[in-house]
Write a protein that binds this ligand. Structure first.
Ligand SMILES: Cc1cc2nc3c(=O)[nH]c(=O)nc-3n(C[C@H](O)[C@H](O)[C@H](O)COP(=O)(O)OP(=O)(O)OC[C@H]3O[C@@H](n4cnc5c(N)ncnc54)[C@H](O)[C@@H]3O)c2cc1C
Length: 426
């Protein structure tokens, strides 16, 4: 099919290269209600919000692109609640909020769209403010059966309760969300301590980080070399005693640099020096995200395992990285959700990438991804389903490891809300 050059580019290279059946760009509520867009023979519909995953457009499938018509952002200055369309990208959200000295716990990149929020949303600020789903106050949208829904956190009927919980972590399987109401947070200055370290130093820094207070988090990335990123939110513009102590402990690492940023908006988590292949148009990729608890006494075995994985990596574009959650994300007082692994304190991900069109390399790379996952399971047994892999053989296992005991409830929701399986399959 011929591509329309007026469409906005899809950032994920697999998806932007896809020979989709149809890309529907002028999406409106009336279309979502009627399902007039859908022909059963084409399999499920793909939905595009930020367009950062390999599942928002596929060969032979139809995509509904929410980016053009569901891109509004509106902050209520009295309640500090923000309402965003289902096609808003996180960079635009925090840009808008910044004008009013507010912010939101977005992830490590400004590119992801509403998919970031609906799949959980792990931010460097999550230890202090919860996951993105913990900050949802209301949603509007359409179930897969065409029914319009408008749900508010404290005004749910008994029948709506399960749908509400499902939306927080598993919405993508049974609904198309056109509007999300979110709590916002104050925009505070951020101190970043970052730089290259060796694997032994990484293990020491992980050890320190497992004692960090809730306003500090560690993220690291092991590509060609190891890069660490310690993120400290200075609440009320103030570096408190505990924060100072933690930052002081990092001073012994001479390769680390300290920088103060006015706000989250100014930060770029993946500096160019890392030479990541993420947006390289000659490469395709898959990402799998894991979840697990503090490493504690397993730290040394973990570093050995990590080194072994990296020694076997098939090319320079593959990497392993991790971000820290915990503290507020462990609390259950946000109400129940389909992000069930609340004890998790680490979310590592495996980035597997190959020269597009090189099917032989793809096979080797995917084998590396699965073998690495298998090795890491001992430390991180669960899955954060941030990327849908219904096109991969691991989909079923990922579903089980993401939703655990709630998988049957999710199947029930899917049967009721999306009986024809118009949306991505379970
Ligand atoms: C560079 C980068 C950094 C990242 N950092 C983080 C991070 O720090 N923390 C974290 O938790 N995740 C992170 N992610 C993962 C990312 O948040 C998820 O992959 C998310 O699903 C992407 O959402 P999207 O809207 O950009 O993607 P899309 O590809 O547009 O959508 C992803 C899936 O979500 C569904 N979907 C999207 N919008 C809607 C909607 N409105 N209604 C119904 N279904 C919808 C679609 O069916 C699609 O299959 C990162 C991803 C990238 C590429």
């Amino acid at each position: 099919m011929k591509k329309n050059n007026n469409l906005i580019k899809i950032p994920n290279i697999n998806s932007s290269d896809a020979k989709f059946e149809k890309l529907i760009y002028d999406v409106e509520d009336s279309l979502l209600k009627k399902h007039s867009y859908f022909k059963k023979d084409f399999g499920h519909l793909c939905i595009c919000s930020g367009g950062t995953t390999s599942s928002c457009a596929k060969n032979g499938f139809t995509t509904l692109d929410l980016r053009k018509n569901y891109n509004k952002i509106n902050l209520d200055r009295e309640s500090n609640l923000v309402t965003i369309g289902g096609g808003v990208i996180m960079g635009n959200l925090i840009n808008h909020l910044e004008k009013h000295k507010r912010s939101f716990p977005i992830g490590l990149s400004k590119l992801p769209g509403a998919g970031y929020i609906l799949t959980g949303g792990v931010s460097p600020l999550s230890r202090g403010y919860g996951l993105a789903i913990d900050n949802i106050e209301s949603v509007k949208g359409f179930l897969g059966n065409g029914t319009f829904i408008s749900l508010k956190k404290n005004q749910l009927s008994q029948e709506e309760q399960l749908i509400w919980e499902g939306i927080k972590g598993a919405a993508v399987f049974f609904s198309i969300i056109t509007e999300i109401g979110l709590k916002t947070i104050p925009s505070n200055p951020i101190k970043i301590i970052e730089g290259f370290v060796n694997p032994t130093e990484l293990s020491e820094i992980i050890k320190l980080s497992e004692e960090f207070p809730e306003n500090i988090s560690l993220q690291w990335i092991y590509a060609k070399k190891v890069y660490v990123y310690v993120f400290a939110e200075l609440r009320d513009n103030f570096e408190d005693k505990r924060t100072k102590e933690c930052i002081l402990l990092l001073e012994r690492y001479s390769s680390l640099e300290k920088n103060l940023y006015k706000n989250f908006n100014e930060i770029n988590f993946f500096p160019k020096e890392l030479k990541l292949f993420e947006m390289n148009s000659n490469y395709h990729s898959e990402v799998i995200s894991l979840l697990g608890e503090d490493l504690n006494t397993d730290l040394q075995i973990f570093i050995r395992c990590l080194n072994e994985i990296m020694e076997n990596k098939p090319n320079n574009s593959c990497y392993i990285a991790s971000q820290q959650l915990g503290c507020k994300t462990k609390k259950l007082n946000y109400g129940s959700s389909f992000f069930i692994h609340r004890k998790s304190t680490w979310k590592p991900w495996i980035y597997a990438s190959w020269k597009k069109n090189d099917l032989q390399e793809k096979e080797v790379v995917m084998d590396w991804m699965y073998k690495s996952w298998s090795k890491l399971k001992r430390f991180y047994p669960n899955i954060h389903l941030a990327q849908l892999h219904n096109h991969l053989s691991s989909h079923r296992e990922e579903l089980t490891l993401a939703f655990g005991k709630r998988i049957d409830e999710l199947k029930t929701l899917k049967n009721i809300c999306d009986p024809q399986s118009i949306l991505p399959p379970l």
